[in-house]
Design a protein around this ligand. Structure first.
Ligand code: NA7
Length: 547
């Protein structure tokens, strides 16, 4: 079968892949984007469960590079819901005529580096047909959270009702008047529970760990607020890039201990009233995520709210967390209050774990069978490397990415490149910034575009047509060290969650993000470029040797 040649293949047509296509076209490269989905959207294509929304405020949950669009594109509420995000991405794709380079229902099967011609040999499957391509650059924009995590519960296949994962939501699932069980209460579970509680006949949350969540503060957008945002958009986007979390608010620089004890409660109350999980964690004190005393103050404030909101003391007890407040911060539109409905309850899996799924429902360790019509898995994702591990990506000397990552978990240089995998770039790969996603992925796409532009010019300077670029092992090791330093003292390290890989049995505990913040990430990128793209080797033809 004859292979088609492109300059680049981008895998993934979500936020990252769309912007990467836009940028590589600006370089004049021939590009093809592929995605397993039937249309654009990535995460937002698949996650169509009730209540799905971004918990970043609307004004910064979008691209910063289309200034005209920032001014004119409408958003009705302080948060964008899943259909809004999808409509926004479809709009961007149409506006910039990007669709003609995207092929849907197409899966990356394998990619093999051929050092003889400095090309990736890429195998795709499109509706049962294998397609071969030779490309200079392979860019994986697979998404951080895209491989669903299905826990291995005995009897899972025997359930006679409807069983689904939130990331593969059945189109016409009608929950009205149904007895519904939901396993998992992370960001997703909290959103689903809040959305479906009013419509179902019975709702049981099978909860392993209770969660800290604060109000989102969602409400319709007032025209004067939108006018203020529009007037200030350039400054807002600059502030985002100079912040830690990129959520569009000023993070506090004042430590908990430096605020008089008599003022602390009022600050927490103000944050609670204003809404937003990241703002609650980072907006009032600089050290909630690192100082145990500050963390406990925030945690006990939320515990108090739970006991005020939830009227049934037994439900309140089960919903109240006692560990650190150090998972990805959540916010909601009335999650705890949902449990005041008499038909909504919690099964604490710490007290009565699930023993099996039966045709009629879920059985727990106390011998009880909970009869159900629908079981929803809101059990999250095999984050970061999950999607990479199911594809055969073979770099120099036949090394697979899986092999490279086996000893210590997934690694990279700056979250975008891996030694021994020349001309391959990841958007939001391991050890990328832990922040609001659009600004983080823009940083990565811009970095990858600069690297490719430089590789092209180095190769053009030699008259060769085989640019090659590769991160050095030393650069990867140094970046990993910097990531470790940035996470030093973080209470997130002591709290089990997908961020360190503890949500999937057998997955390696490893640091999967750069915790230094967006501003520092930009500084690292700029310093690397100013220092002649430090840590990367460039050449005409396959690059070996040290940087
Ligand atoms: P999360 O945050 O990983 O949450 C998954 C939930 O599923 C969480 O409550 C888990 O409990 C629970 N879970 C996972 N496996 C099991 C098993 N085997 N039994 C019972 N409960 C289980 O995923 P989300 O989809 O909610 O959110 C992911 C990200 O998407 C989020 O952080 C945002 O960035 C957007 P646990 O707490 O581990 O005990």
């Amino acid at each position: 079968m004859a292979a088609t040649t492109y300059d680049a293949i981008i895998v993934g047509a979500g936020f990252s892949g769309i912007y990467q296509l836009y940028r590589l076209r600006q370089l004049g490269l021939s590009v093809k984007v592929v995605d397993m989905a039937g249309d654009v959207g990535g995460t937002w294509y698949w996650n169509r469960y009730p209540g799905a929304m971004s918990d970043t405020e609307s004004f910064v949950y979008r691209y910063s590079w289309d200034e005209d669009d920032l001014q004119t594109y409408p958003w009705s509420h302080h948060y964008v819901k899943q259909p809004d995000v999808l409509a926004y991405l479809e709009h961007i794709v149409a506006k910039h005529d990007l669709r003609r380079d995207i092929q849907f229902k197409t899966e990356l099967v394998s990619a093999t580096w051929n050092k003889n011609n400095s090309r990736w040999q890429v195998e795709l499957e499109h509706e049962g047909t294998i397609q071969q391509h030779n490309v200079k650059y392979l860019i994986t924009a697979l998404g951080v959270l895209s491989k669903p995590n299905y826990p291995d519960i005995p009897g899972i296949d025997t359930f006679s009702g409807t069983l689904c994962h939130t990331a593969a939501w059945p189109k016409d699932l009608d929950l009205h008047n149904k007895r519904v069980g939901i396993i998992g209460n992370g960001s997703t579970g909290v959103q689903v529970i809040t959305a479906i509680a009013p419509q179902v006949k019975q709702l049981l949350s099978f909860q392993r760990h209770p969660q800290y969540s604060v109000p989102s503060g969602d409400r319709p957008v007032d025209p004067s607020y939108r006018a203020w945002v529009n007037e200030n958009y350039p400054a807002i986007m600059t502030q985002v890039r100079n912040s830690i979390t990129g959520f569009g608010f000023e993070e506090s620089t004042t430590a908990f201990e430096d605020i008089p004890p008599s003022d602390r409660e009022a600050i927490l109350q103000r944050l609670w009233d204003a809404g937003n999980g990241f703002k609650f964690m980072f907006g009032g004190f600089s050290d909630i995520a690192t100082n145990k005393t500050a963390n406990e103050a925030a945690a006990s404030f939320i515990r108090k709210q739970i006991s005020n909101i939830v009227t049934d003391p037994e439900k309140a007890r089960k919903l109240t967390p006692h560990d650190h407040y150090a998972r990805r911060p959540l916010c909601d539109g009335g999650y705890y209050a949902s449990f005041n409905h008499p038909h909504v309850d919690i099964v604490s899996l710490q007290e009565t774990p699930i023993t099996q799924i039966l045709p009629q429902g879920i059985q727990t360790a106390d011998g009880k069978t909970h009869d159900l019509d629908v079981i929803i898995f809101a059990t999250g994702f095999d984050a970061i490397e999950g999607n990479y591990n199911r594809v055969r990506i073979r770099g120099r000397n036949g090394t697979t990415l899986r092999d490279h990552w086996a000893p210590q978990g997934p690694t990279s240089y700056l979250g975008v490149a891996v030694p021994n995998f020349p001309n391959m770039f990841m958007i939001l790969g391991p050890q990328g910034p832990f922040t609001n996603m659009p600004p983080a992925l823009e940083a990565h796409v811009d970095l990858v575009t600069d690297l490719i532009a430089h590789a092209e010019s180095v190769s053009a300077g030699t008259g060769a047509s085989k640019p090659a670029i590769e991160a050095s092992p030393q650069a990867e090791a140094t970046w990993l060290r910097k990531c470790d330093e940035a996470a030093e003292g973080s209470l997130f390290k002591e709290t089990a969650s997908w961020i360190f890989g503890q949500n999937v049995p057998g997955k390696k505990y490893a640091l999967r993000f750069y915790f230094g913040g967006l501003k520092k990430f930009y500084e690292e990128m700029e310093a690397m470029k100013a220092d002649g793209f430090r840590g990367f080797r460039f050449g005409a033809g396959d690059v070996t040797g040290e940087a």
